[in-house]
Design a binder for this molecule. Structure first.
Ligand code: CP3
Length: 349
């Protein structure tokens, strides 16, 4: 048997209620930090940066050095999987990701799943470097995009407003589109298994665009693939917690938790705290869900919201986080103020 987990994040994900909630922030590494921008300006290409172990390890550690979060999230990107499958990926300044879109069976045929692990080897090396330099209280978090969200970028060729192409394909050609999802399920299992073997202690599945699907499609494209990934990882690594983040799932959050078997659930800022406490927290550890805009604003609105969140959810298994990623306009001193607030044991006040 594994020994009792000691790090606060792992204890919370094992359903323990802690007096001081463990915390980390989605996208805690990034442009809001001057030391991130300094490293970023040296690398010509974002993908190259993600695949440079020395730089990616440094970027993983930057926020933790400043703020001592309970979790260090690996510096990487959800689009490394399509890149490793052989799809061309670039990031242009101010434009976000650009991929050569895949539209059909022929496009799927060009993907090469056997290349995923060899091409992502540098990520495992980053994990080894970071694991050796974290404090005894900080857990290392690995991640991947969930198949549906990754597929949206692969099919739309980047970010999208209405998801017309990817939904069109998914609705029109169930068998063909499910073949793409199947490749992503297998690649994600292998990628996350590799991350765990390299030293991550927790993994999070980012399903940023889960909320754009109506219920039957949500079952097929969000729940089913997630359940397949969770089941495979649990079989191989029973002690390793998995957090799911089906952003925008609304009322379907409950079904997602019950049917996927995740150990923790990332809540977006629109999930009502009462619903989270009464319906979701009895099922699993809840994580979230401060509006990232409050971290830009700071001051008393930030303080009031943080206290309210901790008061409402701190009585059960809870991990403090934002409801989505840190925004580039966030003043670093507001993150410092947040760290201080959380350290004051406000769960009990
Ligand atoms: O949380 C962390 O600090 C770890 C690193 C991390 C990044 N991306 C680094 C990154 C994580 C966990 C992600 C996840 C990710 N990537 C998601 C899911 C979470 C979410 O935000 O919804 C998605 C959808 C992506 C895809 C992606 N990567 C987009 C759409 C963009 C462009 C938009 C943007 O914010 O710039 C990226 C680029 C990206 N990924 C940056 C960082 C730090 C910015 C790159 C830069 O420096 O220009």
């Amino acid at each position: 048997m594994a020994s009792e987990p000691a790090k606060p994040l792992l204890r919370a994900l094992a359903r323990e209620t802690l007096t001081q909630p463990p915390w980390w922030l989605m996208r805690q590494a990034g442009r809001y930090l001057p030391e991130y921008r300094a490293v970023r300006s040296q690398a010509h290409d974002f993908v190259e940066l993600c695949l440079s172990p020395a730089l990616a390890a440094e970027l993983t550690l930057q926020p933790v050095r400043r703020y001592r979060m309970d979790g260090a999230i690996l510096f990487s990107d959800i689009l490394l999987v399509p890149h490793a499958l052989g799809q061309r990926l670039t990031f242009r300044e101010g434009e976000g990701p650009i991929l050569e879109p895949i539209a059909n069976h022929t496009g799927i045929g060009r993907l090469d799943p056997r290349q995923v692990i060899p091409r992502l080897e540098p990520v495992f090396e980053t994990i080894g470097r970071v694991a050796g330099s974290l404090g005894a209280q900080t857990a290392l978090i690995g991640f991947a995009g969930a198949p549906w969200t990754v597929a949206t970028y692969m099919v739309e060729g980047g970010s999208s407003r209405d998801f017309r192409q990817v939904k069109g394909w998914a609705y029109r050609d169930v068998e063909g589109f499910d073949a793409l999802i199947g490749i992503l399920v297998e690649s994600t299992i292998e990628f996350l298994a590799g991350q765990i073997e390299a030293g991550v202690e927790v993994v999070q599945l980012f399903d940023t665009w889960a909320g754009v699907l109506p219920e039957p499609a949500f079952g097929r494209l969000v729940i089913e693939p997630t359940r397949a990934i969770v089941t495979a990882l649990k079989q191989r690594f029973p002690g390793h917690p998995i957090i799911g983040f089906p952003r925008g799932a609304g009322l379907l959050y409950e079904r997602y938790i019950k049917e996927t078997g995740v150990d923790g659930i990332g809540l977006d800022p629109m999930v009502p705290i009462g619903f989270a406490r009464e319906r979701l927290q009895p099922l699993t550890t809840v994580q979230g869900n401060l509006d990232p805009i409050l971290l830009i604003i700071g001051g008393s609105p930030l303080e009031a919201a943080v206290r309210e969140l901790c008061r409402s959810l701190g009585g059960g298994p809870f991990v403090f986080n934002l409801g989505h990623g840190v925004l580039p306009e966030t003043p670093p001193e507001n993150v410092e103020a947040l760290a201080r607030l959380l350290a004051e044991s406000i769960a009990t006040t």
